[in-house]
Design a protein around this ligand. Sequence first.
Ligand SMILES: Nc1ncnc2c1ncn2[C@@H]1O[C@H](COP(=O)(O)OP(=O)(O)OP(=O)(O)O)[C@@H](O)[C@H]1O
Ligand SMILES: [Mg+2]
Length: 362
Amino acid sequence: MSSVEIRDVSKFFNGVPAVDNVSLQIQEGEFFGLLGPSGCGKTTLLRMIAGFESPDKGAVLLKNQDVSAVPPNRRPVNMVFQSYALFPHLSVFENVAFGLRQTKTAKAEILQRVESALELVRLPSLGSRLPRELSGGQQQRVAFARAIVNRPAVLLLDEPLSALDPKVRHEMQAELARFKQELKMTFIMVSHDQSEAFALSNRVAVMSAGKVEQVGTPEDIYNKPATRFVADFIGDSNLLDGNIIAAERDHYVVEVAGGTKFYAKSSVGCTPRQKATVWFRSSSVELIVNDAQSHGSDGSVFEAEVLHRSFQGDSSEYRLRIAGDQFVIATMRNEIQTHAIGARVRAFVPKAGTSLFVANEN
Ligand SMILES: Nc1ncnc2c1ncn2[C@@H]1O[C@H](COP(=O)(O)OP(=O)(O)OP(=O)(O)O)[C@@H](O)[C@H]1O
Ligand SMILES: [Mg+2]
């Protein structure tokens, strides 16, 4: 049974679609990530699940029930916001208890539930403080406690960690992973941050301009981007425009401006002379150190000049210029060898690390 189903949902603001015919099925207990650039409709989608907005088209189902007519406070769903949205004049305890008091829950039960929620977020002794007496990370823990205290089936998280500094953010990511283990809830988390979404999510949807571009495991999205947009949005991608000049048994040959030929794999059928974009990650590029190294026909080899090197700890990122003033980014582990600016190098891209997007696909 789906915990949350979004069925052909669209939402328009002033005639412009913020969410454009989106369908998603999210399983019970799943941690689902929503990833995409600013303005692509992530928050609007969450707000429709929570019931703060209603779809102009399509339906939202919770546990297979259409909830179109159900107001937000009657949906088994809670939302955690980037801004915490705590009541400043109420203590931590009262912030967490707020929803339970509204529903006239018995006093003893409120006490027990609030304490166990504060324990889960590791703030058991801070119940009497006011929000302004807490750090940002602690305030966000209170916001989590408040969202889970009435045991919703679905927890919606809208960039919950983005206001935190990197170290606290990292700790809170680990905490979210623990909540996921301990609470049998469905999580849907919006993030700008790809590594955060990948670290926590069972599956991720990548959105662009109101539409879902791809849904898959983090591994699928990273290794097999379905569209040019996803390839460009996720990770360190090289995208080079060119023309298909030959179709071989397991790859196409694409010539890019300047004449460099790339061997690229594609899951869709292409025809010679078609315009296409070759894609590969910077980490797929190898700079050939030893001339005796032979890569045979399992990839593309090309000459390049090192324009820039940025040190990144155990690796370096190289900006390379190839024929025709085209650029390629390569990431290489420093233990292999470092290359100076201005050096001429040979580079290799294995077929296995490539893909192809044909020009009219997106
Ligand atoms: N209440 C509203 N009235 C008019 N336009 C809106 C409203 N809410 C959202 N929009 C528009 O809908 C689009 C999607 O907005 P949304 O807030 O869902 O994006 P988002 O993906 O959450 O972006 P961000 O990552 O910046 O939070 C944007 O173009 C936004 O300006
Ligand atoms: Mg948003």
